[in-house]
Design a protein around this ligand. Sequence first.
Ligand SMILES: CC(C)(COP(=O)(O)OP(=O)(O)OC[C@H]1O[C@@H](n2cnc3c(N)ncnc32)[C@H](O)[C@@H]1OP(=O)(O)O)[C@@H](O)C(=O)NCCC(=O)NCCS
Length: 187
Amino acid sequence: MDDQPTLTATRIEAGRLLLRKGRDDDGEGLIETQTDERVRRFLGGPRAQAEVRATVATVGAATLLVADGCYIAADRESDDMLGVVTLSPRDPELPGHVSEGGGELELSYVFRARAWGKGYATEACRALLRCAAEQLADQPIVIVTQTANLAALRLADRLGFAQLGTFEQFDAEQVLASARLGTFLPQ
Ligand SMILES: CC(C)(COP(=O)(O)OP(=O)(O)OC[C@H]1O[C@@H](n2cnc3c(N)ncnc32)[C@H](O)[C@@H]1OP(=O)(O)O)[C@@H](O)C(=O)NCCC(=O)NCCS
């Protein structure tokens, strides 16, 4: 799946949220998602606050979040960053693929702890996948998350992803889940 087309939208309407590209004033939100123990529990643990703060100050949050397919999920009213949703090719060198050769688009989601339990992540992911389904060819999308990450698995399930199996990565059991992009087109 080389030279795969990527999402070109810069703003995506998402119900109570707006998906937009990252800005430098998302710095505090980005630092929180990298350093909060609760958020990083299944993502390798919290990163050192001073290190992350220095990187954000030097490089800038907008640059750190600039990758194709990476969107800030912002509160529609306040425009505050609630989380980050990303749809980008999974590294073919990593385990966890459904296509020969790998490189499938992988959905990932990370929200600030204060934004959990409100349905925001479901809303943001559905909007991102719908936009991708309207722009890109039908293809399998994957989610990879630790078996122990029950909130992430419930979210994958709500979105309609089927669990295909498990594998080991980062010394933990991971679930591979997949859905066809075409299923997110508006009915
Ligand atoms: C994974 C993660 C985004 C899930 O967040 P979440 O808040 O559970 O998911 P949603 O925003 O979709 O909210 C759904 C929950 O809100 C509840 N809810 C409350 N009000 C709601 C509303 N108005 N609409 C929909 N759901 C609502 C739902 O019942 C559901 O609760 P449940 O899972 O206990 O049944 C979050 O746990 C997280 O950021 N974790 C850290 C990062 C991480 O591990 N990411 C996974 C890597 S891929």
